[in-house]
Design a protein around this ligand. Structure first.
Ligand code: ATP
Length: 887
């Protein structure tokens, strides 16, 4: 028999040897197969020199010129250009110049906003750039996919997106989804005896493989037909669609009203030039052309704010839908818990052990009855440790003074346990075959060769492993697994699970015929693994509860462990269901159960889809987490599919709307808060902008109807709408969340942006500001029409600026949200009111806007009319709130 070495020593002394061994275990399928070590650094550089980066010519991202040009193609600009042309034709040179200036100013503002949105989205796109696992210099490494070169060895695992065209060298049960290339949705199985090819852009659905890269970038099959870049969806969101529609409807209404006003004016004997200019300015006043752009920038800036909270929105739509989320379906391992696993208990038939130490540092020990034990002291313990150590793909690496685990945390815990028990690591070991782990099977097995004999080693969920066993290992040798013994095992398993431990069962059997079958196994024992709940999750769950959002845990782990973790997190659970229970339910019964506080355990990823659909049928807006290949359909079906940035697979990420950069449940709740804030802000500025426009329209129309001289000139209307309102609206979009935002019930998905109360507010405010400025206009008429018009114009600007306070919260008073809590808004108000003072007193603007200097009296009049705009909404809000409170 080959000399056995302690793994700890091997690790400490011969790091390189250990790496190679680790790898050799994976690729060796018989002694004659060479061990792959991959390209060296120099070879990579040479290949890159010859073939370039593994990327396609980037999708033409709009450059600054394009964004600038876009500003001159909108409906609004067309109206303005017509207006300028008409003004010129009618000999109003000054008006034409003013309008041209407004066009440029507006384009400048639009450009700044859109460019900011464009760069924010660009930065998000970079965060999403794909990765690839390769073997280089004998080491598995994760590198950006663009760095892959021909000759590289790709390591393919389930859920990975394949980064380049490659030929398979070794494969275990490899299946690939090639639907992006072929449209064929059934995964294609690839066996290494036929040396099949795998293609860039496709993804691994099952198995493991190594493949040598044959073509990269534009030379790949995928490169010939499509673009590889992971894209942040630039698809128009619902909100943008709705607002676009609203803008169009208002545009048509504006043209009709404008035409009506022009006709009316002409009938009343008004001057043609004056009426045409008024008509055009009225149209401009009514068309909220800026709306969709303001929404885009708000959502794009919001997406950037979310990244700061560790949530990356792959589609802008997600930001908007998140705010309406009413149910979060979350998995447990890694999202609610740390996913840092440590084995703390070992159970065998006639001995139980405690394990010390934390994390993946092998500096701990195993003890039973107060005595420290090593594998060599206890044959059953040795068999258990060996099974956990070799039935695995994980390994430990020394990283300076600490230890790093590479692979799945559950496996890492078992490897660390093996090291703590000084389990032997023979040099001649090999994995001859494997039946891989899947969330559906909940176990894995390997055919393991060492020291001249071959064994089947199995590990997995206790129920699954126990089913495959007929004997149990004891200190006195294997004995039959009778019903009574089975009962003992189940009890031991429940005991461990009740403590919130994740329990893995280990079994093995000799395989003299070299066949890998999972029947008639010998049960070796159980390992209890601690995976502590994340510290911040408890609070996040109670925050979600207060916000009317239900949290449903759907896990592959056992109901007892899941229940214990739910208890530790204060997650209400009145009913537990396993995947098998779920299958036995019809849709009606499932729907009924989903009204309770239910927890799903031992589920298969495929079952998540059914749960999402059932919740959606109840009208819930569902956010669903998932990290594996089989989670993709449920992620797509959910209103907000959430994938994991750290432990997720490429396939899950591709199917999701939101990626959690830290895999943390608390991040979801934070992102929902951000989504709520943004929807509320869009609602605020839409109402604000429209109520400002309404005031101008009412003043103009009423004035023409009663036959007065023009109250606002065309250039003044343009100034109000395009110079001062846009800036204020963007600042309103940056409003912080309202203090009780997460104490409100989720909004319905179809909540109107305007709604009845919005329309009423717009009409009431519009009527007040419109009629007030008209009253000011007529009351000053005896001091000259210029002064009257300047004051009415200034009054309107001040009204519009000050009324913004009514929209900062549609429910709460200024005292509650803090009058000074939005510095952007205060800045916007200072700038725009400052600009208005210049408009009245600064020569060049006086010429452009045809204004005259106002006296103190006029300012006082304006202030008096402004006061109610500040006070009345506050009183109304306070009254409404106190009525609600007493209800
Ligand atoms: P969650 O669904 O909350 O992420 P989970 O990790 O327990 O939880 P799965 O990955 O579906 O869900 O695992 C299901 C079960 O399979 C686990 O509870 C465990 O018993 C077993 N298991 C997990 N990983 C492995 C593995 N690498 N080898 C064998 N069995 C495993």
């Amino acid at each position: 028999m080959t000399r056995l070495t302690s793994p700890l020593l091997t690790l400490l002394n011969t790091r390189h040897e250990k790496r190679t061994i680790t790898h050799a275990r994976f690729v060796m399928r018989g002694a004659d197969v060479a061990v792959e070590t991959g390209l060296t650094k120099r070879e990579v550089l040479a290949a890159r020199e010859a073939h370039g980066w593994n990327e396609l010519p980037a999708m033409a991202q709009a450059g600054p010129w394009r964004v600038l040009l876009r500003q001159f193609t909108s409906f609004l600009v067309l109206i303005l250009i017509v207006a300028a042309a008409v003004a010129l034709a009618l000999g109003e040179r000054m008006d034409a110049v003013t309008i041209a200036l407004v066009v440029f100013l507006n384009a400048g503002l639009g450009f700044v906003q859109e460019w900011k949105a464009e760069t924010a989205l660009g930065a998000l796109r970079d965060l999403l750039s794909p990765q690839a696992m390769v073997l280089r210099d004998g080491q598995e490494q994760v590198i950006p996919a663009r760095e892959v070169v021909p000759g590289d060895i790709l390591v393919l695992v389930p859920g990975a997106k394949i980064a380049a065209d490659a030929m398979v060298i070794h494969a275990t049960e490899l299946a690939v989804d090639e639907s992006v290339l072929t449209g064929e949705s059934v995964p294609v199985s690839k066996n290494d005896d036929q040396a099949p090819s795998v293609y860039a852009g496709t993804s691994v659905t099952a198995g493991r493989a190594e493949a040598r890269v044959m073509a990269t970038g534009g030379a790949t099959e995928f490169g010939k037909i499509a673009n590889l870049t992971g894209s942040v969806g630039v698809k128009t969101t619902n909100l943008q669609l709705k607002l676009g529609q609203l803008a169009r409807q208002l545009g048509i209404a504006a043209l009709l009203v404008a035409a009506g006003v022009v006709c009316l004016g002409l009938l009343l004997g008004r001057d043609l030039t004056e009426m045409v200019m008024t008509g055009l300015s009225l149209a401009v006043a009514m068309v909220p052309e800026g709306l969709p752009a303001v929404v885009t920038i708000t959502l794009a800036l919001g997406a950037t704010a979310m990244v700061r909270r560790q949530a990356l929105a792959r589609r802008l739509q997600a930001v908007e839908t998140l705010g309406a989320a009413s149910t979060i379906c979350t998995d447990k391992t890694g999202t609610l818990t740390e996913n840092k696993m440590t084995a703390t208990k070992v159970w065998t038939f006639d001995r139980q052990y405690d394990v010390t130490g934390t994390g993946y540092d092998p500096a701990g020990h195993i003890e039973a009855d107060g005595i420290r034990l090593r594998a060599s002291d206890d044959p059953v313990l040795a068999a258990l440790l060996e099974t956990g150590l070799h039935c695995s793909h994980a390994h430990l690496e020394r990283d300076g003074d600490s230890w790093k685990m590479v692979g799945a945390p559950t496996e890492g815990a078992l490897i660390t346990l093996g090291y703590k028990g000084w389990c032997d690591l023979p040099l001649d070991r090999a994995i001859l075959a494997e039946i891989p782990f899947s969330s559906a099977r909940k176990k894995m097995s390997v055919l393991y060769q060492s020291g001249g004999h071959v064994d089947v080693l199995t590990k997995g969920a206790p129920e699954q492993v126990l089913k495959a066993c007929t004997e149990i290992m004891t200190q006195g040798g294997p004995r039959p697994l009778t019903a009574a013994v089975r009962e003992t095992v189940v009890e031991a398993y429940s005991d461990l699970a009740q403590k919130g431990l994740r329990v893995m069962a280990l079994a093995r059997k000799p395989a003299p015929d070299d066949q890998l079958s999972e029947d008639a196994m010998i049960f070796v024992g159980l390992v209890g693994i601690i995976d502590p709940p994340r510290a911040e999750v408890r609070q996040a769950i109670s925050l979600a509860r207060a916000a009317g959002i239900r949290v449903i845990m759907i896990t592959g782990d056992s109901p007892i462990t899941a229940g214990a973790i739910a208890g530790q997190l204060d997650l209400n659970v009145s009913r537990q269901l396993t995947g098998a229970d779920l299958d036995a339910l019809d849709d009606a019964a499932l729907s009924e159960i989903l009204r309770e506080d239910v927890l799903f355990a031992r589920t298969k990823p495929e079952q998540k889809m059914r749960i999402v659909s059932a919740l959606q049928a109840q009208g819930q807006i569902v956010a669903m987490t998932g990290d594996g290949v089989n989670d993709a359909p449920a992620l797509k079906q959910a209103d907000i599919g959430i994938s994991m940035g750290v432990r997720g697979t490429d396939v899950a990420r591709d199917a999701s709307d939101l990626v959690l950069l830290d895999d943390n449940f608390a991040t979801i709740v934070g992102a929902i808060g951000e989504g709520r804030r943004q929807f509320a802000n869009v609602q605020k500025f839409v109402r604000y902008l429209l109520s400002s426009n309404a005031g101008e329209v009412i003043a103009l129309v009423v004035n023409i109807a009663i036959g007065g001289p023009l109250v606002f000139l065309a250039t003044q209307i343009l100034w109000m709408n395009l110079v001062t309102d846009g800036v204020t609206a963007v600042a309103l979009g940056l409003e912080k969340s309202e203090p009780d935002q997460m104490e409100q019930q989720p909004r319905r998905k179809d909540t109107a942006i305007l709604g009845r109360s919005g329309i009423i507010t717009i009409i009431v405010l519009g009527t007040y500001t419109g009629l007030s400025s008209l009253w000011i206009f007529f009351s000053l008429m005896d001091q000259g029409v210029e002064l009257a018009r300047t004051t009415a114009f200034t009054a309107m600007v001040v009204f519009e600026k000050i009324s913004v306070f009514a929209f900062r919260s549609l429910r709460l008073t200024g005292w509650r949200i803090g009058w000074f809590s939005n510095p952007f808004l205060l800045l916007a108000l200072t700038v725009t009111l400052g600009a208005q003072v210049l408009a009245v007193y600064w020569g060049p603007l006086q010429v452009l806007l045809k204004t005259v200097p106002m006296g103190l009296d006029q300012w006082i009049t304006i202030a008096l009319f402004t006061l109610p705009l500040l006070i009345v909404p506050e009183i109304l809000k306070a009254v409404r709130l106190s009525i609600q409170r007493t209800k």
